[in-house]
Design a protein around this ligand. Structure first.
Ligand code: NAD
Ligand code: TYD
Length: 355
């Protein structure tokens, strides 16, 4: 029986990873540790919350004593670390929140794992333990018109968010090098799909189109992102955790670049069809607004290593994934209503505060 700790499992990507693991590995005990910040929502996991191999733990990764006690009590053999502050715009307004959660939180987890697993340079790297750190392509910085991020591309983070993620990645590698902690890191491109908090581009714009609100396009809209369906990211994490080589880094992406404005037009077209609007109706909501400061021009991931060494590739095209995503948001109005009204937090915070 494997005891596995997933941090940030109530968030967007984390909830897909928790669901995949709980449903795939009946013999694992899956612990989901989450602080339930504004981005954490246990409604995301309603379908697995009563499974015998799933447990939720309310807690903060910045609390070192709590984290050490948790590791002592549970003897986890694997950690999949996703908990983080994740929104670039919030990092511009409140950079220190990102230092606490993303840097200090990660170092607390590394310290607890190192202690629990008895790692130090005098002993070989344990091969029956693994600390999997989930990171982002944004640590590599911003690309020009051509080229791709490789695992060997030097780090060049440009936003407080990516600077905090880059710092956490450096600590993970430093713990591998200095204390022989068994680690693996993956750097993924932009995710989209069900359960994403509607502050990020795709869910925000689906919500705004549905409610006939302006679509705020930053700058000239010619910024480029590389999009991956969240369930494919979860599958990649599963493959890397089980088959990846310790000490290695894997880029995750679907070779799927879109200029923001082109993506937004495609989304408007899909929404017109789903909502029975005349073609071109939703595009009228597009409103160009002031640019994000220090906005990264282009991200593009080369995921050949993951593809060639571990055989992973995306399961859907972008058009298929985007349509599934739109359908999910349209069919889950209550989820969106609870999130936009803040109801989801009141309910769960009250429920767990009494424990
Ligand atoms: P999210 O914001 O949706 O979820 C983050 C989760 O972490 C939430 O449930 C939140 O409650 C929890 N959390 C935050 N601070 C915490 C703390 N101090 N203690 C415990 N829990 C805490 O984020 P996401 O989009 O699901 O991203 C998950 C991870 O994947 C992050 O590490 C992010 O950097 C990385 N990533 C995200 C993307 C993307 O496109 N969203 C792409 C590549 C990598
Ligand atoms: P976002 O979803 O915030 O992800 P990231 O900044 O991590 O890439 O934004 C995706 C792209 O969309 C990015 O270029 C910023 C842009 N954007 C807008 O133009 N308007 C918006 O309201 C948002 C949230 C993002």
């Amino acid at each position: 029986m494997k005891k596995i700790l997933i941090t940030g499992g109530a968030g967007f990507i984390g909830s897909h990873v928790v669901r995949l693991f709980v449903n795939t590995y009946a013999d694992y005990e899956v612990y989901n540790l989450d602080k339930l910040t504004y981005a954490g929502n246990l409604e995301n996991l309603k379908d697995v919350e009563n499974k015998p191999n799933y447990k939720f733990v309310l807690g903060d990764i910045t609390d070192a004593e709590f984290i050490n006690n948790l590791f002592e009590e549970h003897k986890f053999s694997a950690v999949v670390h996703l908990a983080a502050e994740s929104h670039v715009d919030r990092s511009i307004s409140n950079p220190l929140d990102f230092v606490f959660a993303n840097v200090i939180g990660t170092v607390n987890l590394l310290n607890a794992a190192k202690k629990a697993w008895g790692c130090n340079k005098d002993k070989p790297v344990p091969t029956d333990r693994i600390f999997y750190h989930v990171s982002t392509d944004e640590v590599y910085g911003s690309l020009g018109e051509t080229g791709f991020f490789l695992e060997t591309t030097p780090y060049d983070p440009q936003s407080p968010y990516s600077a905090s993620k880059a710092s956490s990645d450096h600590f993970v590698r430093a713990y591998n090098n200095t204390y022989n902690l068994p680690v693996v890191i993956s750097n993924c491109s932009n995710n989209y799909g069900a359960n994403q908090f509607p502050e990020k581009l795709i869910p925000l714009f689906i919500h705004n189109i549905k409610t006939n609100k302006a679509l705020p396009v930053y700058g000239d809209g010619k910024y480029t992102r590389d999009w991956l369906w969240v369930a494919d990211h979860a599958r990649a994490i599963d493959v890397i955790l089980h088959k990846g080589e310790l000490g290695e880094t894997y880029n995750i992406g679907g070779f799927n670049e879109w200029q923001n404005i082109e993506l937004i037009k495609l989304l408007c077209k899909i929404m017109d069809k789903k909502l029975g609007r005349a073609e071109g109706e939703s595009e009228k909501l597009i409103t160009y607004v002031k640019d994000r400061p220090g906005h990264d021009k282009r991200y593009a991931i080369d995921a050949s290593k993951l593809n060639q060494k571990l055989g992973w590739k995306p399961s859907v095209t972008f058009e298929e994934g985007l349509e599934k995503t739109v359908d999910w948001y349209l069919e889950n109005e209550e989820w969106l209503r609870n999130v936009t009204s803040g109801e989801y937090q009141k309910y769960y915070t009250a429920q767990y505060a009494t424990r």
